[in-house]
Design a protein around this ligand. Structure first.
Ligand code: C5P
Length: 312
């Protein structure tokens, strides 16, 4: 049996609108999700026993059953017990490059890589749709992370439709290393402040612009896409985390289209070239000379998980 090395891409939200509260505690969403080439490396090695082992080089990432990548392997083992008995378990090694707790789907993309990798290693021949159905049991962003690219995501985030690929953008990402935002907190706070108050709901409704964003993407109008970036969760995260607001203001002060990704605290800015992205990054370092601030330049990708090597 082969060992597999997979690269698992992060995602950003070009658009995140909260449509309404669901009885299961989740929210119905309309999102435009985009893969970027900032990626973790996931190595999968067959084990002689039925065990699942996980190692990660990042001190804040759990290495036990609570890790979403571990849960993905456990779900595959539980769903295909005969295959597990035939081929044995797996050792998962994660080299983390995507910041943790950042709104970039780092955990979800690791889980997606394990599903895609075990599908190959165990010769299961599951379709993307079958892998996405399994992924949706693990988390709302996992189905997107199986395929990646540029997608419209609705429902809880698991109903995906393809959009024209936007592969000509570069993106500058900024995140304060010590800052993490709880996704559950962000959604629950939004629910209390905006979904239970009719006036707040109506005011917000006037600002949503999914149709315009979809047209801009179909026309591949980069300028318009930048102007139409939208994230409802900014309404609750920015007032609570002034550093995130400051990051967003600085990006905008440099003339960039900037927006928080997911529930934050990562803020991204779009640029049309690598040179421009590098200049923005350097200007940000000068504008906010805080050693706690990490900055990256990345590029849009047309897919998420890719096998980078295979060894016997
Ligand atoms: O699905 P996942 O476990 O990644 O979601 C993390 C948290 O984000 C959930 O516990 C929930 O509080 C919130 N969430 C939500 N509605 C969604 C997706 C996530 O409320 N559609």
């Amino acid at each position: 049996m082969h060992s597999y090395s997979l690269m698992a891409s992060a995602k950003i939200n070009l658009y995140l609108e909260i449509i309404g509260a669901r009885p299961d505690g989740y929210h119905d969403l309309a999102m435009v999700l985009q893969s970027i080439d900032l990626a973790d490396q996931i190595d999968l090695r067959p084990l002689g026993t039925n065990a699942i082992h996980l190692h990660c080089d990042h001190p804040e990432v759990p290495q036990d059953e609570s890790n979403l990548a571990y849960k993905a392997a456990a779900l595959m083992a539980e769903t295909f017990p005969d295959v597990l008995a035939k081929y044995g378990g797996v050792e998962i090694t994660i080299q983390k490059r995507i910041p943790v707790g950042a709104g970039l789907a780092g955990g979800s993309t690791n889980a997606a890589a394990v599903l895609v990798g075990l599908n190959l290693m165990w010769n299961l021949k599951l379709s993307d749709k079958q892998l996405q159905d399994l992924g949706s049991l693990l988390g709302s962003d996992v189905p997107f992370c199986i395929v990646g690219g540029t997608k419209l995501a609705t429902g809880r985030g698991e109903c995906l439709s393809s959009l024209p690929v936007l592969d000509d953008f570069y993106v500058v990402l900024g995140k304060y290393r010590s800052l993490c935002v709880s996704t559950a907190w962000a959604y629950q706070t939004f629910r209390h402040q905006y979904l239970t108050n009719e006036l707040a709901r109506e005011n917000r409704q006037q600002e949503v612009c999914l149709e315009k964003m979809m047209s801009a993407i179909k026309d591949r109008n980069n300028g318009q896409i930048g102007q139409l970036l939208h994230n409802d969760l900014e309404r609750v995260v920015l007032p609570e985390y002034p550093q995130v607001q400051q990051l967003r203001d600085e990006f905008r002060g440099l003339g960039c289209a900037g927006m928080m990704s997911g529930s934050g605290p990562t803020v991204f800015a779009l640029t049309n070239s690598q040179t421009q992205a590098q200049q923005v990054l350097e200007s940000m370092k000068i504008a906010i000379p805080d050693p706690d601030l990490d900055l990256w330049v990345s590029k849009f990708r047309d897919s998420s998980i890719r096998v980078s090597s295979l060894t016997k």
